[in-house]
Design a protein around this ligand. Structure first.
Ligand code: SF4
Length: 342
């Protein structure tokens, strides 16, 4: 069913297509904006004004929207994010409901790993396929400075528990910052190679709540690769990259790989296949979108699944060509990263 206000140029397709021919098949779901760490580049020490509980989608509402995405919109991949998704009380049930969908989507989660050791077995049993763990340093003192918490050991235990539970490959996401931890590129890769984790470095993006991002403080992909090449031989991984954010290299001939997500200096928006759902039921067609579509109001207003699906398609169709970070007049979104999710 298509409303009269649909752009006539939009193909009559059930999928999440946009004007540049991209199709979103990868849904990132932010389960909460809350977190048990206070990373300096993500939020202030006192935290943020959390979303009021009544505005946060219930587990049933979440399951319904994820169901619509998978059964009506062609979504094949679900990534649970936050804030910190492990803080979501009903997480195991939400994962189980997602795994019960037909066709079954691939299910992953991005976490800070702090309480992963406790949750990994139940999440694996519920149907979670794999995890990405955020880790920017191996130094406990630097970890405490960066996150304002003394939990590095717990993160290490969480990664080991995820591997033991079969949530593999365990991927590690690291953000390097000038004058903070850029000297850890090689040690982080060595640490991951020794444990069979897949490391990806992510260029720091302008998504902090203080809007203090400075391009000069960002360690670029070129600098990261140069640092790694001082200790390893890197060769491009053969094969198609598709919509994957990370460029990947074989380390010392492989099979181990390392990835770099160069969102700022080597944008990959032309092949973007992502759509995002926030914890309060807003759909975002891009991490940097300055507009959102309110599905929660439709849900709570009695809309049918197809009406919701159609509104979601409209959101996808309106997606911009790219994030615009490198363009004059770029404004970062008002919503902070912790309320959008990775
Ligand atoms: S910045 Fe937006 S368009 Fe670009 S890859 Fe990320 S989500 Fe996709």
């Amino acid at each position: 069913m298509r409303g009269t206000a649909v752009d006539p140029a939009r193909p009559d397709s059930p999928l999440l297509t946009d004007r540049f021919g991209r199709v979103a098949t990868d849904l990132r779901v932010s389960l909460t904006d809350r977190c048990n760490l206070r990373c300096t580049y993500c939020m202030p020490a006192e935290g943020l004004d959390w979303l009021p509980k009544p505005e946060v989608l219930t587990d049933e509402e979440l399951a319904r929207l994820i169901g619509i995405a998978v059964t009506r919109l062609g979504v094949t991949d679900i990534r649970f994010t936050g804030g910190e998704p492990l803080l979501r009380p009903g997480l195991v049930d939400v994962v189980a409901a997602t795994a019960a969908l037909a066709p079954r989507p691939r299910i992953s989660m991005t976490t800070n790993g702090v309480s992963l050791a406790r949750h990994a077995p139940a999440l694996a049993a519920a149907g979670l396929d794999r995890v990405n763990v955020s880790l920017d340093t191996l130094d406990p003192i630097r970890f405490r400075t960066l996150t304002r918490r003394d939990r590095l050991g717990d993160v290490f235990d969480g990664m080991a528990a995820a591997r033991a539970a079969g949530l593999t490959p365990v991927k590690v996401n690291s953000v390097l910052m000038r004058g903070v931890n850029e000297d850890e590129a090689v040690p982080l890769l060595r640490f991951c190679l020794e444990r069979g984790y897949q490391l990806r470095f992510i260029e720091q993006m302008p998504l902090d709540p203080q809007h203090g991002w400075d391009r000069g403080d960002m360690v670029t992909a070129a600098e990261i690769l140069a640092a790694l090449r001082s200790a390893f031989e890197l060769t491009p991984e053969p094969g198609e990259r598709g919509g994957a954010p990370a460029e990947r290299w074989l380390v010392d001939g492989g099979p181990a790989v390392v990835g770099v997500i160069a969102s700022v200096t080597r944008p990959f928006c032309a092949a973007c296949d992502r759509t995002r759902l926030t914890a309060d039921g807003q759909v975002r067609n891009c991490l940097f979108s300055r507009t959102e579509t309110d599905l929660r109001a439709l849900l709570r207003g009695g809309a049918s699944d197809e009406e919701i699906a159609e509104r979601w398609r409209g959101n996808a169709w309106a997606k911009a060509a790219g994030h615009g970070i490198n363009e004059a007049g770029f404004h970062q979104p008002d919503r902070p990263m912790s309320a959008i999710g990775g």
